[in-house]
Design a binder for this molecule. Structure first.
Ligand SMILES: *Cc1c(COP(=O)(O)O)cnc(C)c1O
Length: 413
């Protein structure tokens, strides 16, 4: 028989927009003993998880729980459960993940209307609001932080416009949750999807979501009662209204997370431990402190890159604090630099997608990866790789500029 070596992944410095490095306490939590899914101890953990997620999403919503699967499983659960075939859905797109919202909505049978903004910028909220009033959609879905372009869309005001036309407002906050303000209630967002492997610094495999009573009303209308488990009184709901997916049926998932504890899937036990520990660390750090930390490391990185002589991609007014996009200079082989960073320094940075492929690099400073140590190491290593690639970097300036940023912050405190 073939001999398989034991699993021995290298220790990396991961400076991408996800997945990012994981706090050892989260990895440790994943190795704790398994509990049965109806064990009262496990029920306590599930209830506590919901409580902690409400704090994370800054919401009074009753419903806040994780979907088992990567972040897009949260997106798919929300859209599949809230979109009925034929519903008009408005999606403002300013990067790759807006396209994903449109694709999933199409698969749900929506009549998808899109607005497009050039990659590297975001929408004026007034333009989105005008479009909502003009088209009266049933649902509006938008990305808060576009990791593909490093931009962040302001959201205040859009939720109120959605309520005028009785539309549901859905936000993909996968990249921003735990890294910058996501004001679920204040921004009148009806359903929010977060991610684990970005600013929460938990491995990929779950997607925390929250939704309010407006969204829940839609679920109630579409609820299908499982044959044989409960009486089938409302099984006669019209064809097309039934939520098509079993795995992503929020009405059933809600019953599983509610005191009813109606069996749905088997909760991903070890992932739940990881998420609980990850969110516990977020709350222990404090949301405001954590957002300030993400802002600081983003600023230090930018100072270093600019001092090196590199130019940033995109409109600085809407930069995502924890993702920095850089133009790959002419004459520099972007992939050669990335592979040198990885193989010689153990540092990973990201390339990009679609129209930006080969044109920009993206560096993340998210969660546990967002540290002074990582930022300084990355700048020093990148400078070395750039010099090897023949780029006339302003030698020795990058790390110093970042250190100056950190020192100024300390002086102000
Ligand atoms: C990473 C990301 C996703 C997709 O996450 P997966 O975990 O890969 O499914 C969706 N939206 C945004 C904004 C992201 O940054």
């Amino acid at each position: 028989m073939k001999h398989y070596r034991d699993l021995a992944p290298s220790i990396r410095t991961i400076m991408t927009p996800g997945p990012v490095e994981v706090d050892p306490r989260v990895l440790r939590a994943m190795s704790l003993p398994i509990l049965g899914q109806f064990d009262p101890e496990f029920t306590d953990i599930m209830n506590e998880m919901m409580e902690m997620l409400r704090l994370l999403f800054q919401t009074n919503n009753q419903w806040a729980f994780p979907i088992d699967g990567s972040s897009r499983s949260g997106i798919e659960a929300v859209l599949t459960s809230l979109i009925e075939p034929g519903d008009r859905v408005l999606i403002p797109i300013y990067g790759r993940f807006g396209n994903l919202l449109a694709e999933i909505s199409e698969r749900c049978g929506a009549e998808v209307l899109t607005m497009e903004q050039e990659w590297g910028s975001v929408f004026e909220t007034d333009d989105i609001i005008a479009k909502i009033r003009e088209t009266s959609p049933k649902l509006v879905a938008i990305v808060h932080g576009e990791t593909s372009t490093g931009r962040m869309q302001p959201l205040a005001g859009i939720g109120a416009a959605c309520r005028e036309v009785e539309a549901l407002f859905v936000v993909d906050a996968v990249a921003t949750i735990g890294g910058t303000q996501v004001l679920t209630d204040e921004w009148m967002i009806d359903a929010v999807i977060g991610g684990t492997q970005k600013c929460l610094s938990v491995p990929s495999g779950m997607a925390p979501i929250t939704y309010n009573s407006r969204a829940e009303a839609k679920l109630k209308r579409r609820k299908r009662v499982e044959r044989g488990l409960r009486d089938a009184s409302n099984e006669a709901i019209p064809e097309g209204v039934i939520i098509r997916s079993n795995y992503f049926d929020l009405s059933q998932l809600q019953d599983y997370w509610s005191p009813l504890r109606l069996n749905h899937h088997t909760e991903a036990t070890s992932m739940l431990y990881a998420l609980r520990e990850g969110v516990r660390l977020v709350l222990q750090e404090g949301l405001d402190q954590r957002f300030a930390r993400h802002q600081l490391h983003g600023e230090a990185l930018v100072a270093g890159l600019e001092a090196m002589g590199l130019t940033l991609f995109g409109d600085p007014a809407c930069k995502l604090p924890m993702v920095t996009c850089i133009h790959i200079p002419d004459g520099v082989d972007g992939e050669a630099v990335r592979s040198m960073l990885l193989l010689d320094f153990g540092i990973e940075i990201a390339s990009s997608f679609g129209p930006l492929k080969g044109k920009i690099w993206r560096i993340g400073t998210m969660g546990f990866s967002g540290s002074k140590r990582n930022v300084l190491l990355t700048l020093g290593a990148l400078e070395a790789c750039m010099l090897r690639q023949g780029f006339k970097a302003a030698v020795g300036k990058a790390v110093q500029a970042a250190m100056d940023t950190y020192n100024r912050r300390n002086d102000n405190e």
